[in-house]
Design a protein around this ligand. Structure first.
Ligand SMILES: [Zn+2]
Length: 703
């Protein structure tokens, strides 16, 4: 079974993110399922009692004018400029009606403007330095390597007596988001809450409400999403040279005419000696364009342009089993045969680790509606970025996930008449990322790709979101308040900026191969140098992630060389040098503004922030190499990937949206205000740690 490409997402990825490698406490999965079922029975029996207790606990703590229920519908990345134009054109009737009945304003986003940061602020009512999430990625101070900012894998050897696992052993994940989300305050006040797929909620908070985890839930390998692409020799020939990030590409073994075999990889073996696998077999009828698949014991048949249902896959045996689900799609019958398997999601019906609070919530939902995507970044943007699947396959996948989420949301709305219900929908973000080039004729990513077939996708996306708002409004009761919000807006992303390359060109960063004196050799186009190639004792500034950059401070970073007393002056020097950075190939600048973290952050986790946050001009963003800390030959270059829209830019240029069914008092609402606003609506005082304030209370100096 020759592996053609195995570029595991070991380093990448803001978008497929970092894969810390597998690390599951497999021994517990059977016991976990058993405990889950028992808890579910207890929960059903205790339901009336819990309701009574809740109302007793909450009595006297809430103001009498409170809303009975607050519903927050999150549309990730829903952009105010596109939205406004479509409302003016009469295209978004339900959002327009909300604007008339209640109110609408752009919603100030976080610094930086990206989902993990923004939704953490939404949850906690504090800025990034209060909740510790500053980017998709952070860096390891010992190695300078980028690491996932939101969760940390703690590896510990499993301990067991025979097949019975002992507590305290096995690997586990830690949520790195700090502070306290508003749903915990709700629970303490006796209010019901259902929180569905709000990013940065894995592992799930333990509290007296319901929560289904989202962004940062790993796949069964323990990565943030690793797809598999299988190709016969002929099909591979057609695709030779395609680099694969975020997935693995495997060459199929042909065991007989039209019969192909391979393996599907699951989690690591408990002893770390390799990975668990399952056999995959496909029998192809090239005339009928159909393939019969077998994965483990599961059999199914697929034609062209068609996804399978969620296929349950079980890795391991005995007590060490891990249950996953995946979907399969044939990507080519001719020339040669190839197919794609999604990242193996944790099976919600039998989760290998808790992905909900209470843990049995995911199990109950999957019994109710069937299996559903559980991976944090469920839509496989990387498979499209790498052109393993096409636009249509990506859309089919994104809309199927959207339908699952809609069902979960409406189920919660039907079941829970009071408290707070909040659900975040991601299709608005993921589809804009991948289809923004269709709105921009000159986009470098359009070269060699279709520019006609899907040109209405983003318009349709906004109309579908509007229809969702309409359906949600129809489920509102008299004393309910509906808020529709997004965490940031969207812009085109045509040109990537590699600050590491700029640092090198300007004498702030050196490669190990660079001479001590004299001019530095140019880096050949297409070549890049990784974090390990950087000469750290000589390097004063570096970047990774999408938010900003770091100073290589002595005593903080390993091999840091900038005296802490000189760091402020160096920051100022770099901010002044980079403000207005010109793009030599275009007229205008690539960076509009930069912010010293000491000036914009006040919270307790400020020291974990990038030292400088960079405000790219719309159209620009950190480039793909810089995002993983690499150095390349060009400071600014074309972005030719399908991922053609973005928001990791000057936060002032990419606000989100806020629609309210109830008129509000302020003219410049911010994401920071949403948690105190929800609590205020429910008649609960915001806890003192929250720095935002309710949009329904007039502020000094505001309208
Ligand atoms: Zn996004």
């Amino acid at each position: 079974m020759p592996l053609l490409f195995t570029t595991l997402p070991n380093l990448f990825i803001p978008l497929a993110y970092i894969g810390p490698g597998a690390g599951f406490a497999l021994g517990g999965s059977f016991l976990f399922a058993l405990v889950g079922i028992l808890l579910a029975v207890v929960a059903v029996l205790a339901w009336p009692l819990r309701g009574l207790l809740r109302s007793m606990r909450g009595r006297g703590k809430r103001r009498p004018d409170a809303a009975k229920r607050v519903v927050v519908l999150g549309l990730d990345g829903f952009d105010p400029v596109i939205c406004r134009k479509m409302m003016d054109d009469g295209d978004l009737p339900h959002l327009s009606a909300m604007r008339e009945d209640g109110g609408y304003r752009p919603l100030l986003t976080t610094y930086p403007a990206m989902s993990p940061v923004g939704w953490s602020t939404f949850a906690t009512g504090v800025g990034p330095s209060g909740h510790n999430i500053f980017d998709f990625l952070s860096r390891d101070l010992a190695t300078h390597l980028p690491v996932l900012s939101s969760t940390k894998l703690h590896r510990r050897p499993s301990r067991s007596i025979g097949p019975v696992p002992l507590p305290g052993g096995g690997s586990h994940f830690e949520l790195l988001r700090r502070s306290k989300p508003f749903w915990k305050t709700c629970a303490e006040t006796g209010l019901a809450s259902t929180i569905l797929r709000v990013p940065i909620t894995f592992p799930p908070d333990k509290f007296g409400g319901k929560l289904l985890s989202a962004m940062c839930v790993p796949d069964l390998r323990g990565t943030q999403g690793t797809f598999s692409h299988y190709t016969s020799v002929e099909a591979h020939g057609a695709q030779q040279g395609v680099r694969t990030t975020g997935g693995v590409r495997l060459e199929l073994d042909q065991t007989a005419p039209n019969i192909y075999t391979s393996i599907l990889t699951g989690p690591d073996l408990p002893d770390g000696s390799g990975s668990m696998t399952l056999p995959v077999c496909a029998t192809v009828d090239p005339v009928a364009r159909r393939a019969e698949f077998t994965i483990g014991p599961e059999k199914f048949s697929l034609g062209a342009n068609q996804y399978s249902e969620w296929i349950p896959v079980v890795f391991g045996s005995g007590g060490a089993k891990a249950h996953g689900i995946c979907k399969v799609r044939v990507t080519s019958f001719e020339p040669g045969f190839s197919f794609y398997i999604t990242p193996v999601n944790i099976d919600p019906r039998n989760p290998a680790m808790p992905i909900s609070n209470p843990p049995h919530l995911a199990i109950a939902l999957s019994r109710l509606q069937g299996r559903f995507a559980t991976l944090g970044l469920a839509e496989d943007t990387w498979a499209l970025n790498e052109r393993v699947i096409d636009e249509q396959a990506f859309l089919d996948q994104a809309w199927a996930i959207h339908a699952e989420r809609r069902q979960q949301f409406f189920h919660a709305l039907d079941r829970q008449p009071d408290g707070v219900v909040s659900c975040v929908f991601d299709a608005t973000d993921r589809i804009q990322h991948m289809f923004f080039r269709y709105l921009d004729q000159d986009h470098p990513a359009n070269v060699g790709k279709d520019t006609e077939k899907h040109k209405n996708v983003i318009g349709d996306l906004y109309r579908t979101a509007d229809a969702l708002v309409g359906e949600t409004r129809a489920k509102m009761h008299q004393d309910d308040v509906l808020l529709v919000i997004s965490d940031h807006g969207f812009k085109t992303f045509k040109r990537g900026v590699n600050l590491n390359s700029w640092f090198r060109e300007n004498g702030y960063l050196f490669l190990k191969t660079d001479p001590d004196q004299g001019p530095l050799p140019a880096i050949e186009k297409g070549l890049r140098y990784e974090v390990a190639d950087v000469d750290w004792p000589r390097t004063r500034a570096y970047t990774n992630g999408l938010a900003g950059f770091y100073i290589n401070v002595k005593g903080r970073e390993n091999d840091g060389c900038v005296d802490p007393s000189d760091a402020s002056a160096l920051k100022k020097e770099l901010i002044d040098a980079l403000r207005g950075l010109p793009d030599p190939e275009r007229t205008g600048e690539a960076i509009t503004e930069l912010w010293d973290c000491n000036e914009i952050y006040r919270g307790p986790y400020k020291s974990n922030a990038p030292d400088v946050i960079v405000g790219y001009k719309p159209g620009y963003r950190a480039d793909w190499d810089a995002a993983v800390g690499a150095v390349s030959g060009e400071v600014i270059s074309d972005n030719t990937r399908s991922w053609s829209g973005d928001h990791c830019m000057d936060p002032r240029q990419v606000p989100g949206v806020l629609f309210s069914s109830k008129p509000f008092a302020v003219t410049r609402p911010a994401l920071l205000d949403m948690a105190p606003t929800v609590l205020d609506l429910l008649g609960v005082d915001a806890p003192p740690h929250m720095t935002g304030s309710s949009i329904f209370r007039k502020r000094e100096g505001t309208g």
